[in-house]
Design a protein around this ligand. Structure first.
Ligand code: KG4
Length: 339
């Protein structure tokens, strides 16, 4: 089954063709990051307009690169939630129109379910539910029990900021360009750290829940204070200490979740899963417990259309298609079906 899939929840317009949820036939992406870098973050109105400009040509590219015509496409999948509402609506309206015009099913896909499904594309013969997923992106940070392809339960999540949001804000005060995750990663690798004492959040009530806002504020205050009193700032050491602090929030909780569930497979997902230091810590911790860690290639960690096509296939098999009334949601739990 060939699915044409769309993703437009933030600042990447993406269209892809995926076969049977496991094989990428094409994965076309138009990033707007350069435009938003001018403003130090995503400007929602600009994002929506850029999606409108890009999506039709990108669809033609995805079909051509997959060697497909519209007759080859069996269904259309699209991110319906969560994300910037105007941005999600562009992809959703476009996908809905195509499904209607071509007379094929429309499959709504939750964005974070899509991130997790990137593992089906990266490891087509190895990753099958049940497994544990650590989804860490710009808008979401959570640990999920993937009981089945469409039966996913949140075991723990951030109580405030997502890890990626925290990386982007910390990068900004260190004078790095948006999106800050990758430049922070490069800067952090230049230092061994151990210079700055950063706070470790104590989240009460749920041992797998996380918090990043205190850490973000601490880095911002540290940088501003150094600037105000004219103290030199060891930017590489701060980037390293910050990354280690984020990792210390994520990795022990993911390992604890493995212990609680008894699973021996952990799959990472989302843009922050591209971080080389966090990847290394996850690997060491999983190896120490004899657990198998799945780390998708960097190209499948960030937003892409193929991951939506992969999850879309399993949503379709579960009978989760949508009618013409399908609407977009800015927020929606990955546990819930589309409204
Ligand atoms: O998954 P993604 O592309 O979009 C969302 O669904 O949110 O994640 C984007 C986030 C941004 O905050 C970006 O700075 C971060 O992922 N990111 C990284 C790295 N590469 C991207 N964070 C840390 N280290 C990286 N190497």
């Amino acid at each position: 089954m060939k699915i044409l899939a769309f993703e437009s929840s933030c600042d990447e317009t993406a269209a892809a063709v995926v076969e049977d949820g496991r094989k990428i036939l094409s994965d076309a992406i138009a990033s707007q990051a350069e435009m938003h870098a001018l403003y130090g973050g995503v400007v929602p109105e600009i994002a929506s307009r850029r999606h409108v400009e890009a999506i039709a040509a990108l669809t033609e590219r995805a079909l051509a690169e997959a060697n497909c015509t519209r007759e080859d496409i069996d269904a259309v999948a699209v991110t319906y939630a969560p994300g910037l509402i105007g941005a999600v609506l562009v992809g959703l309206s476009f996908a809905k129109s195509l499904a209607y015009a071509w007379g094929v099913p429309l499959i709504p896909v939750h964005h974070v379910r899509g991130h997790i499904a990137a593992n089906y594309l990266a490891f087509p013969d190895l990753v099958e539910p049940p497994f544990l997923a650590l989804a860490i992106s710009g808008g979401n940070t959570l640990i999920a029990d993937v009981r089945d392809y469409t039966d996913i339960r949140i075991l723990g999540a951030t109580r405030d900021d997502a890890a990626g949001e925290c990386f982007d804000k910390a990068a900004r005060v260190l004078g790095l360009p948006y999106p800050g995750g990758k430049p922070m990663d490069e800067l952090a690798r230049q230092s061994r750290g151990g210079v700055y004492a950063l706070p470790h959040a104590r989240v009460t009530g749920a041992e797998l829940d996380m918090s990043f806002s205190g850490l973000k504020t601490a880095v911002v205050n540290l940088a501003h204070h150094a600037q105000q009193v004219g103290e030199p700032l060891d930017r590489a050491a701060l980037a390293r200490d910050f990354t280690e602090a984020v990792s210390a929030e994520l990795v022990p909780r993911a390992i604890r979740a493995l212990e609680i569930t008894g699973y021996r497979k952990l799959a990472a997902a989302g843009g922050v899963a591209a971080n080389t230091i966090i990847r290394a810590h996850l690997q060491v911790s999983c190896d120490a417990r004899g657990c198998r860690l799945f780390l998708p290639p960097l190209s499948l960690c960030g937003d892409n259309g193929a991951m939506i096509g992969a999850q879309g296939y399993y949503e379709f098999l579960a009978g989760h298609t949508a009618g013409k009334e399908l609407n977009a949601c800015a927020t929606r739990s990955l546990e819930s079906p589309p409204p």
